[in-house]
Design a protein around this ligand. Sequence first.
Ligand code: 6R9
Length: 644
Amino acid sequence: MSNDVFAPSAAFVAQANADESRYKAMYEASVADPAAFWGEHGKRLNWIKPYTKVKSTTFDYHNVSIKWFEDGQLNVCANCVDRHLGRGEKTAIIWEADDPKLSKRISYRELYENVSRFANVLHGMGVKKGDRVILYLPMIPEAAYAMLACARIGAVHSIVFAGFSPDALADRVEGAGAKLVVTADEAPRGGRNTALKANVDKALKRVGGDVKTLVVKRTGGDVAWDAERDNWLHEEMERVSDHCEPVAVNAEDPLFILYTSGSTGKPKGVVHSSGGYLLYAAMTHEYVFDVKDDDVYWCTADVGWVTGHSYIVYGPLANGATTVMFEGVPTYPDAGRFWEVCAKHGVTIFYTAPTAIRALMAKGVEFVQKHDLSKLRLLGSVGEPINPEAWHWYNKNVGGERCPIVDTWWQTETGGILISPLPGAVAAKPGSATLPFFGVRPVVLDEKGEEIAATECEGVLAIADSWPGQMRTVYGDHDRFVSTYFEMFKGYYFSGDGCRRDKDGYYWITGRVDDVINVSGHRMGTAEVESALVAHPKVSEAAVVGYPHDIKGQGIYCYVTLMDGEPYDDALKTELRNWVRNEIGPIASPDVIQWAPGLPKTRSGKIMRRILRKIAENETGSLGDTSTLADPSVVEELIANRAG
Ligand code: 6R9
């Protein structure tokens, strides 16, 4: 833990949306009377029917219920689009294609027309308020149009990351009970095209039922076509009007479902609300990123993840900002692409993930130095703890030591940023997410679930009261919502992360305390990879753990036991790697596979992952208590044959 402190410059503070005293005053007001605070700030949105009730929330285990602005009605799309038509020529989205020669600017007026048409197309295909629509798309403007079009008619979108396999897509189509999948012919990334439409064809073969598709022509590549089921977006868009009245939805009506990994095998459908979510995304975006009217703001995430939802689309557009959407990857055509894009579009605020910083750091600083980054004034980080080496590299080479860095801690479940410095108010310490946002009450709990009163401490991170952006339920399974987040530590929202609090009250996230690993900033349940492995006919058992990885943060280490009589040969390792990629997607590709003719188990048959983690980390000198092992020789054998 580094003790360096980096305060913002006086010049930055002078222009900031919040300085230290403003942050403190607003924070204190927000926790002293959350209903009054959010009731006031809720007015930043346009309400069709104003709310009279602000906060009705309880974390009581027997009765968990979270409602904000429950009697208010609004339309999320109108708040992100129509509201800004007074200055309709302002650029809403700058789209940068995978191909560096291709980019375009979409004004708020153009956004309005495209989204309205798109909404009419959805209507025409029979999509109604409350229906679920799956989006499986590249990072193209149509992804934002589709999200906003769903919101305009009150439909619920569920985005599936375009890197997921047909099987993972099928699970989500089924899970959400969707009748429409919006996709593209192909997704260009890093100079290669992924056949999205072909993946949808495979997925829908498995799903059956009457699921239609709406297809964006992105590359013009060959696709199979079923005239009964498939529809070209551009053809449908021509047939409809560019006016579509936004419908009133209740503040608590779902805006979207996003599937995310948990500690069990099955991803959960995180449900977010319309009113509270949008307010929280907009407020955090304005204050954490210190956004001003003339900023060019770029979040490099994919809309397939929550970061893309809140900080490419909903937060920035609700604030009338200019948001960059990037289709490509950081290393194509070369490792200077991020910086080339920053220079080309005059990016002022840049938000990315530590894994990208580490990967670019490894390519050498020449790639940064070639480009003019003088417009940048603020940097952000999200997805995992940022290691101090990456922080310093980012600060020096990208930020020119003049840009504050906001290290933003949050989760799919939280809807928006919960812990982060406000850049003009809170001095950064490399590796710490620092202090809570307005209305957020972090607590550190000991293993008995007691709040630790001492400022300096270490334990698990929980939140003591609700905030408007909090998820409302797990889609179709409220019991799972309650048992995952409110059962283990009664009266709190349990984050699943461990943390330390230092003498200044700063929070330092230490990583997951459950069986979720963080691979390149993407959440992966070890149980998901295990169930993919054991689905292979030659595998009898598998145990998966994370281990430290230089670029990815954590890598995927798999211990695999084969069926009796199957020979343990290395060709099978490649086959298993490909198998997992096919079952889940390339992001779940195992980094290490170690043959494990036996796994360390307790006498009751539970796999002792703690030991497997130590072996994967090569910390075999400190295995801890092994007295409950049924067969200690298994461990010696695994150590002797350690892979990698
Ligand atoms: C937004 C997002 C959530 C998990 C979270 C934590 C890790 C995210 C972090 C961070 C340390 C940060 N995490 N941001 N850890 N510092 N600034 O990433 O959502 O994909 O749901 O992942 O990511 O472990 O619990 P999600």
